[in-house]
Design a protein around this ligand. Structure first.
Ligand code: GLN
Length: 484
């Protein structure tokens, strides 16, 4: 049962081949049995999950079921869940139980989905390897000595290991696409504004976007459908109609103009990854797509630009964790200043502190123009590059990550090396564009991801290309042997 896609499970539930209670019981047992090895979940919510599953079965018997009714999922622990601890991977929120649901959580619930638990993640979504979590690192199901990617590494590992057919994640600089690539699954980061950020703990508000992990593009389409759309509680949520994503999947690719981003295929890209991607591009060509090379000349600016803007916004967002209102509070503070200082020193981990310091510095009087303002100008140049590229082509292709999953600890002491893991994904966030990573090969048993990038709000097209690619290939059907 755990090997089926969401689409197949929805069918099994609809035909009564299984009940949601049976399915939920099976997946909870699997998590119990195997998650000790992966550490992909911070909280397993078995009692509520079983209650929700029974409720879903009752709705179905009463003839009120939708397509997703009774389908289990896992939420990244960055989404607020009413009554269920939401830690954001931090000691700061280790015991925080939110009073309300994030919009994403609420919409999945309204669609009848069953939440199994909350996925491990890098602390406050800062990281590319899931090693900065207060709750310990997540391991890659394909090789337990390697990282699953980050920051949504728990969500990606859980889906790859068959703990749930789908999971949610967030992507500020690559945190859906990069772990999807490293874990051999499909991960979609929608356009900024497509999915509500309400109730999603803020890291860098102008970049953060919620998205989905799945075992196929079709499944990603089904989950995105449930999550997407305007939310009056998020002022940056787009007031645009949501297309029928599933209906768009079947469109043939003949005549589609695909641009291979030259700058992404140069220095720094692993030769094996480059080879796998060349083959994948060949598959798209075989489907009738016209492939050309395009340039994004300012791409080299994206990592430095991001590492000014994201910490700046983070330093501001994380000022709310002061030991007073909610979250961790130090023992026996001497006075108010001591309370702030020690609560934050003890509550935040090293990477979060590094970001707060960088952010505070680049926003400070005297440095603001030299760093923050300049970064905003670079952001515009990068966005303009994409705009020009999309005058020539419909979809861009790039690697999702420069290499396959690296070893735990390999980059943990070198922030610059770690930051370069996102070199292929960050520019897309700076421009607010949608991107998807699909499994497109393997190197010595480790998955490779192909990234497709679209125009603003053209998720349907990305899902369409990804689905057509998956009809021709079976990389997305490979499962890690250990979790078969
Ligand atoms: N790895 C990047 C960072 O650490 C991106 C993280 C993310 O997308 N949440 O900032």
């Amino acid at each position: 049962m755990h090997d089926l896609t969401l689409a197949e499970l929805a069918e099994a539930l609809a035909s009564r081949a299984c009940s949601s209670e049976e399915l939920t019981t099976h997946l909870l047992a699997r998590i119990e049995q195997h998650d000790g090895e992966l550490n992909s979940l911070i909280t397993v919510d078995a009692d509520n999950a079983l209650a929700a599953a029974r409720q879903a079965d009752a709705e179905r018997s009463a003839g009120r079921a939708g397509r997703l009714t009774g389908v289990p999922l896992i939420h990244k622990d960055i989404f607020l869940t009413a009554g269920v601890r939401t830690s954001c991977g931090s000691r700061m929120l280790k015991n925080f139980v939110p009073p309300f649901d994030a919009t994403v959580v609420e919409r999945c619930r309204q669609a009848g989905m069953v939440m199994l638990g909350k996925a491990n993640m890098d602390e406050f979504a800062m990281g590319s390897s899931n090693e900065t979590s207060y709750f310990g690192p997540v391991r890659n199901p394909w090789d337990l000595t390697r990282v699953p990617g980050g920051s949504s590494g728990g969500s990606a590992a859980a889906v790859a290991a068959g703990f749930a057919p789908v999971a949610t994640g967030t992507d500020t600089g690559g945190s859906i696409r990069q772990p999807a690539a490293l874990c051999g699954i499909t991960g979609l980061k929608p356009t900024y504004g497509r999915v509500s950020r309400f109730g999603m703990i803020a890291f860098a508000s102008s970049l953060d976007q919620a998205g989905v992990f799945a075992r196929s593009a079709e499944d990603a389409a089904l989950l995105l459908q449930a999550m997407a759309g305007f939310d009056p509680r998020d002022s940056t949520s787009a007031e645009l109609a949501v297309p029928d994503y599933a209906a768009a999947l079947t469109q043939p690719l003949a005549g589609l103009r695909i641009g291979v981003v030259d700058e992404f295929f140069g220095e720094g890209l692993d030769a094996g990854v480059a080879g796998a991607l060349e083959a994948a591009i060949g598959v798209l060509q075989g489907l009738g797509a016209e492939v050309t090379r395009v340039h994004l000349p300012q791409l080299g600016l994206s990592v430095p630009t991001y590492y000014v803007i994201a910490p700046a916004e983070a330093s501001s967002n994380l000022s709310r964790f002061d030991g007073v209102r909610y979250g961790y509070r130090c023992e026996a503070p001497k006075d108010l200043e001591d309370l702030y200082k020690r609560s934050r020193s003890e509550g935040f981990g090293a990477e979060v502190k590094r970001r707060i310091m960088i952010g505070t510095y680049v926003l400070s009087a005297g440095y603001y123009d030299a760093y923050y303002l300049k970064a905003q100008r670079c952001r515009r140049l990068i966005t303009d590059d994409f705009r020009r590229a999309f005058e020539q082509v419909d979809v861009l292709v790039a690697p999702s990550a420069p290499e396959v999953a690296f070893r735990l600890g390999e980059k943990a002491d070198d922030p610059l090396k770690m930051y370069l893991s996102d070199i292929n994904t960050i520019a897309v966030n700076l421009a607010g564009l949608p991107g998807i990573s699909v499994p497109a090969g393997q190197i010595q048993g480790l998955p490779v991801g192909l990234q497709l990038i679209g125009r603003h709000f053209e998720e349907a097209r990305l899902l369409n290309v990804a689905h057509q690619f998956q009809r021709e290939t079976d990389w997305h059907r490979q499962r890690p042997a250990r979790f078969a």
